[in-house]
Design a protein around this ligand. Structure first.
Ligand code: SF4
Length: 278
């Protein structure tokens, strides 16, 4: 039987609309995928804590009718860690832009991943600082123009999948806004995962990134994303030369058996109490 259509307004604070994002911004597609994933999982929205830092992406929780926290720049994961430690039975989701997550919040990111705490980190990677004026971020491609790199960025970009895997995240996936169904599936699998899950979403900021790189139209930028991404499965049938410059999408790492941090903490408390009781 077909699923009934999702009542998106049920998950939104209608009184906060209209939103502040530019028309066609990729954050809209990402928010839709998060609502769709939560709805598919059948989670009670009152059991969700949705946390953000600062930036265009970080405005998302303000529109969501859940337990929400809009915190300081780069610090969403530390607030989220506090929530999870106190209420480990709750679902804790962080949404963050690429700069917020991996520059200002880079240290929090690697340590949350290292601990494997049961938080889902959704990174909206639009290759730029959108809200603060279009400065280059750790994911701005080499050679791309930004407000602070008018002659082309010379910093090599982070590969967020490799960063998350290397730091210890137990679920790592990358999707993109040109394939919203796949993106929603990755978000859903990340939410359902017990441990630190990181989902990178390649999205369009046509206003700050696109207009400096000949893609001021959202469709043009989404087409650019579609052109440079290849799914892991398709990549297996392609030659190395064809994959040159492409970005892979898919699930890159999934270790459901890795010890989760709040479980580890509970085990330690049990050990200490047992010792005291002797
Ligand atoms: S500046 Fe970029 S990221 Fe921010 S709302 Fe506009 S398109 Fe979206």
């Amino acid at each position: 039987m077909a699923r009934p259509p999702i009542d998106y307004l049920y998950y939104l604070r209608a009184e906060k609309l209209p939103h502040m994002w530019c028309p066609g911004c990729g954050i809209g597609i990402l928010v839709k995928s998060i609502i769709g994933a939560v709805d598919e999982l059948g989670w009670d929205k009152n059991d969700i804590a949705f946390v953000s830092g600062i930036g265009c992406t970080s405005r998302a929780p303000g529109y969501m009718d859940m337990n929400t926290l809009h915190t300081t720049h780069g610090r969403a994961l530390s607030f989220a860690t506090g929530i999870k430690m106190v209420r480990p039975e709750k679902h804790v989701i962080v949404i963050s832009g690429d700069g917020d997550a991996t520059a200002i919040g880079g240290n929090h990111f690697i340590h949350a991943a290292r601990r494997n705490i049961d938080i889902t980190m959704i990174i909206n990677n639009n290759n730029i600082y959108g809200m603060t004026g279009g400065q280059f971020s750790p994911t701005t491609p080499y050679g791309a123009r930004a407000a602070t790199s008018p002659h082309g960025n010379i910093d090599p970009a982070f590969d967020l999948v490799e960063l998350a895997k290397g730091a210890g995240a137990s679920f790592v996936a990358r999707g993109s806004v040109d394939n919203a169904r796949m993106l929603q599936k990755f978000v859903k699998d990340g939410l359902a995962h017990h441990g630190f899950s990181c989902i990178e979403a390649l999205t369009n900021c046509h206003t700050q990134f696109g207009r400096r790189n000949k893609m001021s139209d959202p469709i043009k930028m989404i087409d650019w994303i579609a052109d440079k991404t290849v799914s892991i499965n398709k990549a297996k049938r392609m030659e190395a030369a064809e994959l040159e410059g492409k970005i892979l999408t898919g699930v890159f790492h999934n270790d459901p058996d890795k010890l989760e941090y709040t479980d580890s903490y509970a085990q330690m408390v049990e050990r200490v109490q047992a010792k005291k009781a002797k």
